[in-house]
Write a protein that binds this ligand. Sequence first.
Ligand code: ADP
Ligand code: MG
Length: 548
Amino acid sequence: DVAALGYRLQDLDGASYRSYKGLTGVWTGEDGYDLEIRTVQADPFAPPSRLRVTVPARTAGLPPGLYHGAVRARALGGFLARALRRAVEHSTLRVDAGGQEVLDRSAVRIRPDGTVVAELSVPLPGRGRRIDGGAAAAALTVVLPRAVLGALRWETADTAAAEQFVETVEDAGALRDALAGRGLVGFVADGAVLPRASGVDARPLAGGVPFVSPPELRVTLDVPHRGTVTGMGVPEGVTLIVGGGYHGKSTLLRALESGVYDHVPGDGRELVVARADTVSVRAEDERSVQRVDVSAFVTGLPSGNPTDDFSTESASGSTSQAAATVEALEAGAGVLLIDEDTAATNAMIRDDRMRALIPAEPLVPFVERVRPLHRGHGVSTVLVMGGSGEYLDRADTVVLLQDYAASEVTGRAREIAGRADEAGDSAFPAFARREFDPRSVDASVRGRRRVTARGRGRLTFGADDIDLSAIAQLADPGQTTGVGYALAALDLRGVTLAHALDRLEEAVRREGPDAITRGAPVDVAVPRRHEVAAALNRLRPARVTHLH
Ligand code: ADP
Ligand code: MG
């Protein structure tokens, strides 16, 4: 049992660091929880050792009403993970509990029968290459049991906070589920606080001006716990966010971007949601592109590259944005978000002067495609554009931000821009679905199987590095790790990418994070299909074999 583990560790004090290996296995603690030492690092400088704690349902004593169903299990698991992280924060033990978003993650899982399974990591203490038995015993037999019994049992948990956490997550999910039925793609509740503390701190900005919905766009929705909620509904179609520089346009778009996830109580965006298939698209020059049909946006390149089967090792700003847009649609995006700050201007607009000066322009600006995309494919767009009026006549809804306050100015925009001029907008063409060579993806991870996130935006995928810094909707490094494992688990044999993503989603629905880690001792948060596709699209050795 855990007491015996303590004696063993004391005995091992001063022994060779490798003797830690002998401790691998299951140890039973007080109150009958199990501590499994899953992996032991080879030396003090290697990645930390992995622990799993399994607390039986009768010990945990969680109320079934708070964990039954996938949403509540994720929410209560997210609460317990954060409580466990707090309980070990002054020790060397680590719990990957995540940030402001409440994702389905491996850190704490609640099984349908109420068993709680927690995953931790610990750098096992050493003095040089010798075991520090006293420090190890303190971490594993004093700090850990106290944290587990304190944080993972209902008896000692902050039960009011746990209930509020689950209710907050459930309300956000209900709001998101209500969007489609109301013809909305997003919702921003009155009173929401959208700005973040800083570019590197995702907590709410202290003193942030709370959101107030413009009366013309105000909708009322019912959620199970908070009851009636009012706020701005972002309608389907084309929505344009305008306003002066620094008046809060990007902040609003980012809140919608993050609205595909649920947020922790106190975040400020608890009741800001976007449809689950909302994908943020941007320019990303120098990325690689593998056989994407960009003919909707590019009609003839000076290089002679075919645009319905376009590949490059180094895209330009505009072609990268075209590729990202088509890739998003291929993976199933129903809503696109675009910010002028990160878009390529020539991919977005072309004014009359440039049309006159440059007759042989291969690019079809997005402004000519945005309406056909909605009409023909049912895909809505929300875009921020403060510097050009080109979209005013294409927008169904125009929101003005001034001093962080939103107002609806669609009518005024129409007066200025005239009637929608769609005559030149041709239908958005159908595009090819790609089938990848599975071996070209496996090759990266075969042999050197290491999949490691380096922060949120960089993924080591076996022998290759994938740059995900432009993928705005990756929530945290644990989710980036999840993307890597999902990509390794993706079964691409004989099916289109979209089909492979369907199957992956189905497996995750059944098995949770295990569907992507397959038992590997690693911390992950489950990624969306869109971010998995984004990683594959940026894996340079990946090869497309067929276009359907
Ligand atoms: P824009 O895209 O219109 O140029 P941003 O969205 O980047 O503007 O916002 C500019 C600054 O204002 C940012 O520092 C942001 O954090 C802050 N900000 C945005 N919305 C609010 C708000 N509601 N209350 C307080 N500060 C805000
Ligand atoms: Mg901006």
